[in-house]
Design a protein around this ligand. Structure first.
Ligand SMILES: Nc1ncnc2c1ncn2[C@@H]1O[C@H](COP(=O)(O)OP(=O)(O)OP(=O)(O)O)[C@@H](O)[C@H]1O
Ligand SMILES: [Mg+2]
Length: 340
């Protein structure tokens, strides 16, 4: 649906050239909630701005439904932009205007009939659960309410794609939660594909089925969220994952670990089958297993379990148990514990 191919963008500034996008490629499929995460300055906003052509790549291409954005003339571009809604961190609303007027703006620009506008604004207000706020001035709303209005405005023209630039970064955790639920509802009930950027891993964990990690203009890792979360490859991805999924053995337990016995980390999806696995090892091999750490996380309905075991016994036996684990339906990783 959205295809970014080898997009490169350099900004010339007083302090020299900034490589904002460095040969970035990614593909968002219809129905995705695709999240891009990275620290400040990584190039996230520049990337998202390519999609509504507020920014054009120096080299590389951007396609929407197979159409090359660089090939569009002004008229075609205006039409294309109607298919794309955008939501901002600072809401970008007219504070001294009513809620009604703010949501109606995209429709007024299209010269829609007054009756059409009235009906559509009411529908949108009901969708974002602010039916009775139509005549209220935006300046009188809370941050969460403002973002709901920002979202309603973005949906006014019935877009196929919703772009969100740090839509929840100005909100407290509880309000963030409710806005994320609203984005999920937009995706499921209206079938709108969402591309969002954030620096909060919690946002990715809660609603994104796919994720790309950006660093210094490059996408350093991308894939299905469940895969990236269970097996992050890059150091920075690991840092991000650690902020939402704990897999550290507590200090007091580290001290009790037998230095020669192998420690293994098992990661599993879906059903929690580790209980059976642990008892099988105990039965079939002459090893003692100790659970050093265990956690169960839920990622959009899929269970991601992490368990860290110590295998104690003769080396030949622990090796056999380890080999057995590798044949099972879990990710197995050997962990080296640093004893100081
Ligand atoms: N119009 C511009 N002119 C010059 N430099 C720019 C311009 N837009 C972005 N940059 C630079 O490009 C780099 C990437 O910026 P971008 O806004 O895409 O980052 P970001 O990941 O969205 O960061 P943040 O999380 O702070 O919003 C930064 O170094 C920024 O200063
Ligand atoms: Mg930004």
């Amino acid at each position: 649906m959205i295809k970014i191919q080898e997009a490169d963008k350099v900004f010339q500034t007083k302090n020299g050239a900034v490589h904002a996008l460095d040969h970035v490629s990614l593909e968002v499929e219809k129905g995705d909630i695709f999240g891009v995460i990275g620290y400040s300055g990584a190039g996230k906003s520049t990337l998202i701005r390519l999609v509504n052509r507020l920014e054009t790549p120096d080299t590389g291409k951007v396609f929407i439904d197979g159409v090359d954005l660089s090939a569009l003339n002004e008229k075609e571009l205006r039409k294309q932009r109607k298919e794309i809604g955008m939501v901002f961190q600072q809401f970008n609303l007219l504070e001294n205007q009513t809620v009604f007027h703010n949501i109606a703006i995209p429709l007024l620009l299209e010269h829609s009939d007054k009756s059409v506008i009235n009906k559509r604004v009411q529908e949108l207000l009901s969708f974002v659960e602010l039916e009775n706020k139509s005549d209220v001035y935006v300046s009188q709303l809370s941050g969460g309410q403002k973002q709901r209005i920002g979202i309603a405005r973005a949906l006014a023209t019935n877009p196929k794609i919703l772009l969100c630039d740090e839509a929840t970064s100005a909100l407290d955790p509880k309000t963030t939660e409710s806005i994320l639920q609203l984005l999920q509802k937009i995706n499921k009930e209206l079938g709108i594909t969402i591309l969002l950027i954030t620096h909060e891993m919690n946002v990715i964990k809660k609603i994104c089925n796919k994720v790309a990690v950006m660093k210094e203009g490059k996408v350093i890792e991308q894939g299905e969220t469940i895969k990236v979360f269970s097996k992050p490859q890059e150091a920075m991805t690991k840092d991000f994952v650690r902020t939402v999924i704990n897999s550290e053995i507590p200090e007091t337990i580290v001290e009790q670990i037998h230095p020669d016995a192998p420690v293994v980390k098992l990661t599993f999806f879906g059903e929690n089958a580790t209980q059976a696995l642990v008892s099988k090892i105990n039965k079939e091999f002459d090893v003692n297993t100790t659970i050093l750490f265990a956690s169960v996380n839920e990622l959009q309905g899929t269970i991601l379990g992490i368990i860290i075991l110590q295998l104690q016994g003769e080396k030949a036996e622990t090796d056999r148990a380890y080999s057995f684990l590798q044949t099972q339906d879990v990710e197995v990783e050997r962990i080296v514990i640093a004893h100081d």
